[in-house]
Each structure stands twice: as C-alpha cells, then as structure tokens.
Design a protein around this ligand. Sequence first.
Ligand SMILES: C[C@@]1(CC(=O)O)C2=NC(=C\c3[nH]c(c(CCC(=O)O)c3CC(=O)O)Cc3[nH]c(c(CC(=O)O)c3CCC(=O)O)/C=C3\N/C(=C\2)[C@@H](CCC(=O)O)[C@]3(C)CC(=O)O)/[C@H]1CCC(=O)O
Ligand SMILES: NC(=O)c1ccc[n+]([C@@H]2O[C@H](COP(=O)([O-])OP(=O)(O)OC[C@H]3O[C@@H](n4cnc5c(N)ncnc54)[C@H](O)[C@@H]3O)[C@@H](O)[C@H]2O)c1
Length: 271
Amino acid sequence: MATQELGGGSLLIAWQLKNKRVLIVGGGQVASGRIESILVADANIILISPKDGLTSRTKLLLEEYPTRITYKNRVFLGPEDLVGIDMVLTAIDDVEKSREIYQLSREAKIPINVADIPDACDFYFGSQVRDGPLQIMISTNGDSPRMAAMIRQRIERCLGGYEGEAVKKAGALRSKLKERAPGVGGKVGKKRMRWMIDICNAWEMEDFTVLDDELIKRLLDEGWEKNRVPKLADIGGSRDKPTIAASPATFVPYAVGAIVGAIGCAFAYRR
Ligand SMILES: C[C@@]1(CC(=O)O)C2=NC(=C\c3[nH]c(c(CCC(=O)O)c3CC(=O)O)Cc3[nH]c(c(CC(=O)O)c3CCC(=O)O)/C=C3\N/C(=C\2)[C@@H](CCC(=O)O)[C@]3(C)CC(=O)O)/[C@H]1CCC(=O)O
Ligand SMILES: NC(=O)c1ccc[n+]([C@@H]2O[C@H](COP(=O)([O-])OP(=O)(O)OC[C@H]3O[C@@H](n4cnc5c(N)ncnc54)[C@H](O)[C@@H]3O)[C@@H](O)[C@H]2O)c1
C-alpha cells in the first residue's frame, strides 16, 4: 500500500495549558471563541480590550468566569503586557498593531496566534468537535476555514452523542487500574495495556457509559485480577436497567463473553 506523501501539513497536538497564562488581545467575536477554547484547556486568561469593543458573548464570559479571566479595560501597551505570559492570541481589527504584537512575542519566544494574519501565527486554530474529554480538531491548514467548519458538521452528524461519556468512563477505569497495578512501562505496563485494549475491543462503546465506581471495582476484580475480559452483563451491568449486584453464579466466563461480544460487535457494525 502506498504511503501518503509526508509534508504540507502541521503538527496537530493536544497542548496542555492547565494553569498557564494566556494573553488574549481583543474582545470581539473572534476573541470570544478563543476565550472558550482557552477555558476548556483550564488555563488562566488575561484579556486586554477596551470595554466599548466587547461583544455581548465576551461580556457574558467575563461575568461567568470572573476568577479565570483577568480583564484589562484598555488597549495593548507593549512588552510589559507580555511579562509572565505563556501564549498570546490576538483578535483585533488593526493589522499594524497585530504585527507589532507578533514581533514582540517572537522576541520574547512566546507562541502566538494572530487571528487574521496566517504568516504571523506559530499555530492555527482548527474547527473542533467537543464532547467532554473528547476533542476532534479539523484543520485545512489555512486553505479553507469555512470548509473546516462544514467538515466538522459532517463529523458531528456521524457521532452518537455518547462517545465523550464513554471516553470519560474509560479514563476512570484506566486510573483505577493504574492504582491497582502502578508503575510505568515494564511487564506490568505491557499487561495493563493489553488488558485495556482487550476490554475496549470487546465492549460496545456505549457500554462504557454505564460504568460507575461499583462496576469499575467489579470489572477489575473479575477481569484484571483473574486475567479475564468480562462483558458488561458479566459484571452485573446493563444499559437498559440500573446496576444490579452480580452474584458469582451469574458470572459468565471470558470465553462465553467473548463469543457473545463478537456477535454483538457484528450487529453493532452493520449499518
Ligand atoms: C477553524 C476556525 C477556528 C477558529 O477560528 O476558532 C478558523 N477559522 C474559522 C472560521 C472562519 N474564518 C474565516 C471565515 C470566513 C470564510 C473563509 O474565509 O473560509 C470562517 C468561516 C465561518 O465563520 O464560518 C475568515 C478567516 N480565517 C482566517 C483568515 C485570514 C486568512 O485566511 O488570510 C480569514 C479572513 C479571510 C479573508 O479575509 O478573506 C485564518 C484562519 N482561520 C483559522 C481557523 C485558521 C486556519 C484553519 C484552517 O484552515 O483549518 C487561520 C489560518 C488562523 C487562525 O485563526 O488560527 C473557524 C471555524 C470554526 C467553526 O465554526 O468550526
Ligand atoms: N481567524 C478567523 O477565523 C477570523 C474570522 C473572522 C475574522 N477574523 C479577523 O480577526 C479580527 C478580529 O475579528 P472580530 O470579528 O473579533 O473583530 P471585532 O471588530 O469584533 O473585534 C475587535 C476587537 O479588538 C479590540 N481592539 C482593537 N484594537 C485593540 C488594541 N490595540 N488593543 C486591545 N484591543 C483592541 C476592539 O476593542 C474589539 O474588541 C478581524 O481583523 C477579522 O478580520 C478572523
């Protein structure tokens, strides 16, 4: 199989911004979208923009997140506004000023995005689908932001609405598993990864959404500890009814569970 030609794109990464300080210059429509993206990433915002230029969406965000956003009712002043800043985003209707802020940020080695000048960006924003911890980014690398938004809508139509919750529960299972079998790499790491892959492959994605603390404990007791891959029903869980306590007599061993799972998957993937 021929490989796709490498090049002409950008590096799509999930930048960890928690507790970092992000300067946003401008308070208009574009800035309000940037504010939301940065709040999602758990960073702190310093917003510089004269009050008369704030849109109602930006004002609402300032009201809703007073401790996460430090607001400065003025224009950008100069290098002093960049002190202690980890990332700069500008969304202002002033190209000269944007370029000036870009130069200052480069000198200070702070990564910057200038909303309307692609060649003054260290990184671009993308169109994104967000569902809890699940984020999907679409980039056309500057070729067509409108088409990026349209492709996002297509992806949204294909999703079932439960994927974010399923991912969140899989995350809860993984962290409980790591508590029982701690350590990075080595034999335990390999075994842990193998078991997580087997569980994810054997379960329907929707099944994860019903996992709670009790079911996670049972899954680890009956699955991880016994080197098995039980299905949701095997641990007393159900997508139709509330959790019931699983008695040892009702526990279906892995082999039977795998056959049922395979049939289930075959149905799930038929469209
Ligand atoms: C994805 C999204 C994310 C976001 O901004 O959060 C985003 N733009 C969105 C929408 C959008 N932006 C524009 C239109 C009008 C129609 C059109 O031009 O297509 C629409 C459509 C609409 O509003 O529906 C105008 C526009 N955009 C840029 C310029 C400057 C230029 O191109 O020179 C101009 C003025 C062009 C001119 O003057 O003609 C530049 C950039 N816009 C990017 C991102 C980066 C490249 C992303 C990529 O290519 O994948 C990049 C390079 C820099 C950056 O901003 O990071 C968001 C979709 C959110 C969503 O709905 O999902
Ligand atoms: N990248 C994109 O996706 C995209 C999409 C649409 C528009 N744009 C461009 O992004 C820019 C912002 O768009 P908008 O719709 O949010 O504009 P807007 O006019 O609604 O907002 C501009 C904001 O910048 C503030 N401002 C102006 N000069 C300032 C300064 N020196 N210091 C601090 N704040 C200042 C204004 O008070 C206002 O709040 C425009 O140039 C627009 O062409 C980019």
